[in-house]
Design a protein around this ligand. Structure first.
Ligand code: NAD
Ligand code: TYD
Length: 340
């Protein structure tokens, strides 16, 4: 396989590039990444050496039509896998502009260029957040659940999903959409709940839990998400949507307390702070379609996955120091301000 991966320097993209190069010994990957604050070349350190001649990085924007079309003209790709996105809900609340530019318009540029170049398959990485929020007793989201996004982030992801669907229906493009629940694991930027709490707790800093801490997420280890994307790429039906989850619904406060237990730190670090506006209460994924059609089954249990992740962050402080740039610190200061 010759794959055109976007956003491969981000959390999930980097894990996927490593995963697929290892799993498929003849697979080649071109990784197009804009290197925003969330993109780090360090997350793919050693990838080139581990797969000589099979990995290439190109610095660029998925919304740059001329660049994307030129890359598609250079060689024949078997598939595009679009991970590139602005991905943090809090940032989308602070300023939605870039979310529409990259997540909606960037996806359209990539779709148009891939269609013009005749690329046989387009795998688009979406999220459970496009389905909106569940009540405590509601059934988990299925692929048939109507889209009802609540944040600028999820609205922009839903916009992209509609475009992918439209390219399939209108132009007959071979597309697959994957929708996954909250990921955790190595190389996640420390603005998301789990790495943020690990980072702050390790320094005995206060831990900002939004609202009452009762919001529920359905956690999946990033390796299980990579498996799902690989199966969707290789076995998914054209035009299909596949949900992926880790069968691990937890309240945020449970997650934070578990992390404190793993680190041996005191719960007195917890601070309940003002809630996120429009904060979705609960996500839960029904991924039985992926089980049935793709043979998907998550391998990680949440307890052991969380312990392994805590260990990874403890061992990789140099990576963390490297990604915490000045721009990142400025956002954190502006966002949390005096809430801590
Ligand atoms: P991330 O923020 O860690 O990484 C995003 C990557 O995309 C970065 O490397 C960034 O430099 C790159 N990028 C951003 N804009 C770009 C552009 N215009 N052109 C090229 N590259 C660009 O995100 P992530 O957590 O790895 O998420 C990857 C994908 O998975 C996203 O589409 C996200 O919506 C989806 N997703 C994430 C989760 C999660 O829990 N993190 C869950 C479900 C779905
Ligand atoms: P996050 O990792 O931002 O993912 P998402 O909003 O895409 O689900 O947040 C996960 C949950 O943790 C979410 O309910 C918001 C909550 N949260 C906090 O309580 N405190 C924090 O500092 C952050 C970043 C998130």
């Amino acid at each position: 396989m010759n794959l055109f991966v976007t956003g491969g320097c981000g959390f999930i993209g980097a894990n996927f590039v490593r995963y697929v190069l290892k799993r498929e010994s003849t697979c080649r990957v071109l990784n197009l990444d804009k290197l925003t604050y969330a993109g780090n070349l360090a997350s793919l350190a050693g990838a080139e050496e581990a797969a000589p001649g099979r990995y290439r990085f190109v610095h660029g924007d998925i919304g740059d039509h001329d660049l994307v079309a030129a890359l598609f003209a250079e060689q024949a790709f078997d598939a595009v896998i679009n991970f590139a996105a602005e991905s943090h809900v809090d940032r989308s609340i602070a300023d939605p502009t870039l979310f529409v530019t990259t997540n909606v318009m960037g996806t359209q540029v990539l779709l148009s260029a891939a269609f013009a170049a005749g690329i046989p398959r387009f795998v688009h990485i979406s999220t459970d957040e496009v389905y909106g929020s569940l009540g405590p007793d509601d059934a988990a989201f299925t692929e048939k659940t109507p889209l009802a996004p609540n944040s600028p982030y999820s609205a922009s992801k839903a916009g992209a999903d509609f475009l992918v669907h439209a390219f399939h229906e209108t132009y007959g493009m071979n597309t697959v959409i994957t929708r996954c629940s909250n990921n955790y694991g190595p190389y996640q930027f420390p603005e998301k709940l789990i790495p943020l709490m690990l980072r702050r707790a390790s320094r005995d800093e206060s831990l900002p839990v939004y609202g009452d801490g009762g919001n529920i997420r359905d956690w999946i280890h990033v390796e299980d998400h990579c498996l799902g994307v690989y199966l969707a790429l290789t076995k998914g039906s054209s035009g299909a949507v596949y949900n992926f989850g880790g069968h691990a619904e937890r309240t945020n406060i449970e997650v934070v307390r578990t992390l404190l237990g793993i680190l041996g730190k005191s719960e007195s670090l917890i601070r309940f702070v003002q809630d996120r506006p429009g904060h979705d209460r609960r996500y839960a994924m029904d991924y039985s379609l992926a089980e049935k059609e793709l043979g998907y089954a998550p391998k990680w249990k949440f307890s052991s996955g969380l312990a392994a992740t805590a260990e990874w962050y403890a061992q990789n402080t140099a990576w963390l120091d490297g990604v915490e740039s000045g721009a990142y610190r400025n956002f954190m200061q502006a966002w949390y301000g005096n809430r801590l």
